[in-house]
Design a protein around this ligand. Sequence first.
Ligand code: XLS
Ligand code: CA
Ligand code: CA
Length: 447
Amino acid sequence: MAEYFIGKKEYFPGIGKISYEGPESDNPLAFKYYNPGQIVGGKTMKQHLRFAVAYWHSFGADGSDPFGAATHRFPWSFDASTPMQAAEHKLDAAFEFFTKLGVEFYCFHDRDLAPEGASPAESEMNLMHMVELAGERQKATGVKLLWATSNLFFNPRYMNGAATNPEFSVVAQAASQVKAAIDAAIALDAQGYVFWGGREGYMSLLNTDLGREKEHMARFLAMARDYGRSRGFKGMFYIEPKPMEPTKHQYDFDVETVAGFLRAHGLDRDFRVNIEANHAELAGHDFQHELETAASLGLFGSVDANRGDPRNGWDTDQFPRDFHETTLAMLAILKAGGFVTGGLNFDAKIRRNSVDQADLFEAHIGGMDAFAAGLVAAQRIIDDGRLSAFVAKRYSSFDSGAGARFERGEMSLAELAALATGYGDEGRTSGKQEHLENLINRSILNL
Ligand code: XLS
Ligand code: CA
Ligand code: CA
């Protein structure tokens, strides 16, 4: 991968290319487990993991929160005299970061890449200018766009929703943004396009026509899909579930809800889910639950790799660190067949008081190491075979005879009921949960 910063202004001076040094290394700016070329289950770690950096957090989140001002000072914004110049500098800083870290992908919202203009036409012009520059940098470095999306939640016009806004004029404004962002995705050869409906929900049912809003959302998504396909977009469309925040209730509550919605509106061929760990937690699910649910429904697509804080239940978007969680996640992902167009996007931000430049690197290094170690442990579990053998055996009474006829739909309830008389005291078979949990722990520790 070409190192983009060479010969340009360096925004992260003193930090070079991050390399693999192994678990014994004490260098905070080196990978301990992520060794891109290492083969795991027939593919390299890099091919499996498809890491992406999230433009908005890494180069946009300034550390401000509802109680305090910005704490992160971005050199690329204070060495510029106009918002567009700042966007250009930010792009250079971003590509310097991607290449130093050695990630293959990045993701952005339209407004992360280019500032909004005074009119839809000006916004589109700004975006297209930045797309051209991003395209040049992608070509120069080999870094690719995992997915693009449009920010349909920041501008006050979206306070009552975007595609589900009760005012038609706002729906049209959202369409102009999505159309331009899909054009940008196509121009940059994005592998996917995400819809996260941050404001597609309600604050109160008293003022909300639920049925109409959901119909509007489906209509809008179908129009976006048709537009993208008609312009030659071959990538995947994704919905990113989240149950709440900023609204009280979001329509894309969790994977199962999104699946029902996609199927009801004939969208399940073009859309998959982009699953975020922290959103799973907000929905009251494990990350593994959302991944396995998506796989079971044939909708697994991509992942926003982060973590929440189980004690406060907010969308804290912290970097992943928990080997147990990454192992179970990678096991689900491997079982689903791995990523095709998707990848592991670090939708995570460094803390407000993490103000050293190295902090952004160490945050990503730790996340990449956590998933690399999780991948290795998950592959160990698969190679060991005992977990899958146990599950297969657990359902084996459906593999042949009457059980198989039941599964194939060749039996009536009366026939099924009649079989009961031939059976004795079945059912007290151990689920072996603790035994299996111990197996997972031994794989993580490689015992
Ligand atoms: C917010 C979401 C958002 C999406 C992209 O909670 O995670 O960042 O990933 O719009
Ligand atoms: Ca996300
Ligand atoms: Ca989030």
